[in-house]
Design a protein around this ligand. Structure first.
Ligand SMILES: Cc1ncc(COP(=O)(O)O)c(C=O)c1O
Length: 423
């Protein structure tokens, strides 16, 4: 068995990658540690790069087409992992999921139609609704304290109300930035509400292969609603190959499928470039599974590390700085100063490598929080507010990186925190 080396720090600067090469221009600051965009700092496995090299060695970079292997690999992946039987004529290609959502909105809604989302949620959903000239309807998630700590939940009463008159809904399954893996019961309830209200569902399942607790494709929970649903999926987050531009969509209803396929074909939006069909064909395999299970074990350890770090370092009683344990005067003082015991918390993701850090106990206005992280901690994180309603007080941290990078990030956060609060 190949042992992949996720610990290896790679120098991605100067490789024309958004994460490392655009941080300075976006934030206007030098030397920020980029822990934002959902792109992992892990090497693409050699079995994939070898296949790419071989293809380029073929010598002619002409138009690519979908090989049979592409269909077979996706069909087998869904059957094997999610027990979802799909057929070749239900599958389609788009170069990216955001692109796919943009097209689905243009194909299945018209300007002025209402589209429901569950913020805080992946911000391009809102952008695409606006670009399609539809009306965004928010159904903000609730934050509840559960067994796992704080967690996002759907506000069912609000959903029942707000869905009225909506033409479509975009579901993030699993959820980004909260990392919630929706349960079968939740998905069934969403499906029933959508069915009753004749709502077309766009289910973005890009993070599903990275779930720590299984995944249920939305289109499998209710046969009737499945007929009015498009599912988007991709190898891009799973295998860290987003730059290749390869995603798949599934519609099980023939008429709906043919409508979307014809729309995409008409504009040649379904064309992939030379390498686009390689990730799914190659990664949805035994080798891919092996890489993925090792990557997920590594990511889980990183999540555990952050969770423990926050508990050990940002509780009110004990703040450790430079190896020395400093006790704040007493617990009462700390509680009076911050109002609660754990000052920086997190929503533990059930899927993927993104952690929604909760700074609300610090009581900082959002701008001050962002400035603190950028100017004092020298970290580039995604501002929670960009995910929409309910995102204020949060920042999204990407832990798809070698442990050393993460340790550096946490040390920077702690040093900045101790300095700010004179601890
Ligand atoms: C929920 C979600 N959908 C879509 C994307 C982007 O997909 P693509 O690069 O294929 O457009 C991301 C990337 O972070 C995401 O988190």
């Amino acid at each position: 068995m190949t042992q992949y080396k996720f610990d290896k720090e790679l120098n991605r600067k100067g490789t024309s990658c958004i994460k490392w090469d655009m941080t300075e221009s976006i934030w206007g600051k030098k030397n920020l540690l980029p822990m934002w965009i959902a792109d992992m700092d892990f090497a693409t496995p050699k079995f994939f790069t070898d296949a790419l090299i071989k293809r380029v060695d073929g010598g002619v970079l002409g138009y690519g087409c979908r090989p049979q292997k592409w269909y077979d690999a996706i069909i087998a992946w869904f059957k094997d992992r999610y027990n979802w039987t799909i057929t070749q004529d239900q599958l389609g290609f788009v170069p990216g999921i955001v692109v796919g959502i943009a097209h689905a909105l243009r194909c299945f809604t018209k300007p002025g139609d209402k589209v429901l989302i569950f913020p805080p949620v992946y911000f391009p959903f809102a952008n695409q609704i606006a670009y399609a000239r539809c009306k965004q309807v928010d159904c903000p998630l609730l934050i509840k304290e559960g067994k796992r700590g704080e967690d996002f939940e759907i506000d069912w009463a609000l959903m029942e109300k707000r869905i009225k008159g909506c033409k479509a809904m975009i579901l993030c399954n699993p959820h980004n930035p909260g990392g919630r893996v929706w349960t079968r019961a939740e998905l069934q309830r969403i499906a029933c509400i959508c069915l009753e209200n004749n709502v077309f569902v766009i289910s973005d399942e890009i993070h599903c292969d990275l779930s720590f607790k299984g995944h249920i494709p939305f289109a499998t929970v209710n046969a009737k609603q499945a007929k009015n649903t498009v599912t988007f999926h991709a190898p891009s987050k799973t295998f860290n190959c987003a730059g290749v531009g390869a995603s798949e969509w599934i519609i099980t209803d023939k008429a709906l499928h043919d409508k979307f396929a014809a729309y995409l074909k008409g504009g040649e939006f379904d064309a992939g470039h030379y390498d686009s069909f390689m990730p799914s064909s190659i990664f949805y395999s035994e080798k891919g599974k092996e890489w993925l299970s090792q990557a997920m074990a590594y990511i889980k350890d990183n999540i555990d590390y952050v969770e423990k770090f926050l508990k050990d370092n940002f509780t009110a009683q004990t703040i450790e700085l430079s190896g020395k344990v400093i006790r704040t005067q007493d617990e009462e003082y700390a509680e009076a100063k911050f109002g609660t015991k754990q000052l920086i918390r997190m929503i533990r993701p059930e899927a993927s490598f993104l952690i929604f850090l909760d700074f609300r106990n610090l009581g900082l206005p959002q701008k001050e929080l962002v400035d603190f992280l950028v100017d004092k901690a020298h970290l580039a994180l995604n501002d929670g507010a960009m995910f929409g309603a309910g995102g204020e007080g949060f920042m999204r941290l990407n832990v798809g990186c070698p442990r050393k990078t993460l340790e550096r990030a946490m040390a920077q956060l702690k040093a900045a925190f101790c300095k700010k609060y004179k601890l």
